[in-house]
Design a protein around this ligand. Structure first.
Ligand code: HEM
Length: 494
């Protein structure tokens, strides 16, 4: 049947030769798929490569030009998601990144857009200032607890803007429940380095092969924890409205609106789904980017001191950086772009799926194909980024010394499924970078004999997300003035 389809419709794009029945499963089960798939493009002389596994088709898109053509120009048919049967068992059918391209996704995406677009992202600025300054204060008190402070920054921000909930510590039971649920779900949706996410068929393999009873138990636990977090947060939001203490947030604003006018059918469920999605989408990714930034500042002191000189010249040392300073700090902007290019928290993005048969560059791509935008490959494309493994913010300047036009952050993905929180993410990451460089010198940690310790440069992948492995670095205040400024802010908030 497959051969008949190929003869009738034309060849599939090139790729490794499949083995009967299992297809390319062995080619796909690899530790670092981003670089490996990028190699396929060199080997097969094609920006798009094709593979199969147990009858499921996978298209790997390795170049920006092909991503633009398929995900952007042909967005109408390249915006679905591969359906993973485990999703419903875990109760994650309300997660926006996993939803199929239909009316319920449209409703959720519209809610996200209303709340996270560039203009709306400005409404979150007061909360971003508060959370970033809390983070810096905590760092100045206990710099060795960087990982915990970094987590606190992202989770406390996410639940504040979604539920108006204030996290007091990263050990908050509701945060624990959400994180454990996401961890367990990640293992089920992408066992064996994201295999089920790529090949939904595998979720149907017989019990004696997959041990689904264990999977079902884990799925039930993940679902229970997610429901516990969601319901507790909703109850908190309702109680805070009743007592007149509610802070503005997606959920509290919705509940208040609902009490005075009829909310659209299905909207309450959508608001709940968006809130939990935002928690999971906004936390791990942001944590990974900020951990990478601190690592790179410890590794590249010359980049750090150039940015600090720029900050000192533009802002001086009598106040902390503000969002209105952003356009006056081009070198810092280049650092933001380069950090986002150099490492990506989602190296293969989130897989899309094709809803109709398509023809591209003389190749046939069948309906239902899982389409992976290899962000890693595009961010390491030597034609666009010479010396792609070097950390060089200078690559974002033109010959006249001005920031160049390349301001597209590929790490946010593609087309109609592009990260809907990118304006919010950019704000929180940028302010963290600017404020960190104003307040601290990041350097290599030293051992007991005063020798510098190289920070650990490793990453590890859990599900689709790549995390920075913990490392040691030294974080020292640049001056008493910043310490006093942070202390004054903290006192004002209390
Ligand atoms: C630096 C941090 C972040 C990175 C690198 C990132 C990256 C991504 C990527 C690669 C996708 C998939 C795009 C595609 O399918 O082509 C995505 C989707 C998504 N992101 Fe983000 N993200 C970040 C932060 C955030 C934040 C802060 C929010 C919420 C405020 C958010 C909400 C979402 C949602 C809801 C989706 C699903 C969109 C859909 O399927 O329609 N993300 N993100």
């Amino acid at each position: 049947e497959r051969l008949g389809s190929r003869l009738k419709n034309g060849p599939y794009p090139p790729g490794p030769k499949p083995i009967p029945i299992i297809g390319n499963i062995l080619d796909l089960q690899i530790k670092e798929p981003g670089p490996e798939y990028a190699e396929w493009s060199k080997k097969y002389q094609s920006g798009i490569c094709f593979a199969t596994a147990f009858g499921n088709n996978i298209l790997i898109v390795n170049t920006q030009a092909d991503a633009d053509e398929l995900f952007e120009k042909r967005a109408k048919i390249y915006s679905d998601r591969p359906q993973i049967p485990m999703t419903n068992l875990i109760g994650y059918e309300g997660m926006v990144p996993l939803m199929s391209y239909g009316n319920y996704w449209r409703l959720c995406r519209r809610i996200c857009q209303q709340h996270f677009n560039y203009e709306s992202a400005k409404n979150y600025r007061p909360i971003i200032y508060e959370k970033v300054h809390n983070f810096l204060s905590a760092l100045s008190e206990s710099p060795d607890n960087f990982a915990s402070h970094n987590k606190m920054l992202s989770v406390s921000f996410a639940v504040a803007i979604m539920y108006g909930y204030e996290v007091k510590s990263v050990d908050d039971p509701l945060i624990d429940a959400a994180d454990r649920s996401i961890f367990l779900a990640g293992g089920l949706l992408t066992p064996d380095a994201s295999i089920i996410n790529l090949f939904p068929f595998l979720a149907h393999i017989p019990p004696w092969l997959s041990g689904p009873m264990t999977s079902r138990k884990i799925a039930a636990e993940a679902k229970g924890l997610m429901k516990y977090m969601q319901e507790s947060m909703m109850n908190f939001a309702k109680a805070s409205i009743k007592s007149g203490t509610a802070d503005a947030s997606l959920v509290t604003d919705f509940l208040e609106k609902q009490s005075i006018s009829e909310a659209r059918k299905g909207e309450e469920q959508a608001v709940q789904d968006v809130a939990f999605t935002t928690y999971s989408g906004a936390t791990e990714t942001t944590i990974a980017v900020i951990a990478t930034f601190y690592y790179l500042m410890a590794k590249y002191p010359e980049v750090q001191s150039k940015a600090q000189t720029e900050i000192d010249q533009v802002i001086g040392s009598t106040r902390l950086p503000e969002f209105d300073d952003r356009s006056a700090l081009p070198y810092l902007e280049a650092i933001y772009r380069e950090v986002m290019r150099w490492s990506q928290s989602l190296p293969l993005g989130v897989p899309h799926a094709l809803t109709e048969d398509d023809y591209y560059k003389g190749y046939f791509i069948p309906k239902g194909t899982t389409v992976i935008g290899n962000i890693w490959a595009m961010n390491h494309d030597e034609d666009i980024y010479p010396e792609p493994f070097a950390f060089k913010p200078e690559r974002f300047f033109d010959e006249s010394g001005k920031l160049n036009q390349n301001n597209r952050i590929l790490s946010y993905g593609f087309g109609r499924r592009i990260c809907v929180g990118k304006a919010v993410a950019s704000s929180i990451v940028w302010l963290t970078m600017a404020s960190t460089l104003a307040c601290f010198n990041i350097g290599k940690a030293k051992d007991e004999f005063g020798n510098e310790i190289e920070p650990n440069g490793e990453y590890h992948t859990e599900g689709l997300v790549t995390h920075k492995v913990d490392y040691k670095c030294s974080i020292l205040p640049r001056s008493q003035i910043y310490k006093d400024l942070l202390q004054a802010e903290k006192t004002a908030r209390v």
